[in-house]
Design a binder for this molecule. Structure first.
Ligand code: FUB
Length: 311
């Protein structure tokens, strides 16, 4: 039998090591929010710590960094709900954005006033890896502010977009997609909270994410339940939005999928989570794992259906 050169074997392994889905295999990770800073992608996600028969148990957010989207360096936990004195737990979905050299961590938590339900806080740091500190000492958005509130968990899943004119916008929601301007300090809303009309976001569930390409704004979001990913487009950040169809089918063995989209080194990527078995542990809707797959556009700017892979 012909023996393979061990160096060739090593290089073959090294070129794929870490490239497989899920991208993190030693802990369960959910709600990916990727941020590009120069030649590095910082990935923020919640850690799922539920046992196989438990529902959400999420005590902290984790950060990982990568220069090639294959090898991920753990950067520890830059923030937890305990860092918001007015919160009592639940490290649900988040997004971090850079403005003027500072990093703003918009995070979903459970408010300590049970009438307020889930709420959105904002923490700030000079570094993408933290530590982040509460920038307000109170919730940025709470349940009693949104006029269309019907459930205690509708103020979740913040996503932030800074437009070409420097204006920052916050989008969030469950069942309804809300949006509002942020003041230049990034820590206060500026003006009324708006609601995107239902017909502009088809069967909106949660997890809005904004990105822009060639003058078109893309609003992607989880639709239905179990969730798939859908998207709408507009030529203005304030809409009106036109529903464009499905972007991704339901994620394996998870009721949620929660996507994040970036362009990195000229290529487009779709981050999401699934609940597939992660040897030697069982996955599921509350034991999720972050995955990455390629995102491709058609010539007319519509997005091709994401192919979920294990590679
Ligand atoms: O991880 C907790 C919640 O599940 C998130 O806030 C939602 O987007 C869903 O993924």
């Amino acid at each position: 039998m012909k023996h393979l050169n061990p160096l060739v074997l090593l290089l073959a392994f090294a070129s794929t090591a870490g490239a497989a889905n899920p991208i993190i295999t030693d802990v369960f990770t959910a709600d990916p929010a990727p941020l590009v800073v120069g030649d590095t992608v910082y990935l923020y996600c919640g850690q799922d710590e539920a046992k196989p028969d438990e529902h959400y148990r999420m005590f902290r957010w984790l950060c990982f960094s990568s220069q090639d989207l294959k090898t991920w360096k753990p950067e520890g936990s830059p923030l937890s709900p305990k860092d918001f004195e007015w919160a009592v737990g639940d490290a649900w979905a988040s997004e971090v954005i850079e403005k003027d050299g500072k990093f703003y961590f918009f995070a979903t938590v459970q408010h300590n006033d049970s009438h307020r339900g889930k709420a959105i806080g904002v923490a700030v740091s000079d570094s993408p890896t933290g530590p982040f500190i509460d920038a307000r000492g109170s919730a940025l958005v709470t349940n009693d502010m949104t006029k269309a509130t019907r459930i205690s968990w509708d103020d979740i899943d913040p996503t932030v977009w800074i437009d070409d004119d420097g204006q920052a916008w916050l989008f969030w929601g469950n069942q309804k997609c809300y949006y509002a301007k942020l003041k230049p300090n990034m820590t206060e809303l500026d003006g009324e909270i708006q609601v995107i009309p239902d017909e502009e976001v088809h069967a909106f569930t949660e997890a809005p994410w904004i990105h822009k390409r060639e003058g078109t704004y893309y609003l992607s979001y989880a639709t239905g339940f179990p969730e798939k990913t859908a998207y709408s487009t507009s030529d203005k950040i304030t809409g009106p939005w036109k529903y464009r169809g499905l972007l991704a089918e339901a994620a394996g063995n998870s009721n949620t999928i929660h996507q994040g989209i970036i362009n990195f080194k000229g290529e487009d990527y779709f981050f999401y989570h699934n609940g597939l078995v992660q040897a030697p542990s069982t996955g599921g809707s509350f034991r999720r794992s972050v995955c990455i797959d390629r995102l491709h556009y058609n010539e007319d700017g519509t997005i091709k259906r994401i192919v979920q892979t294990t590679e």
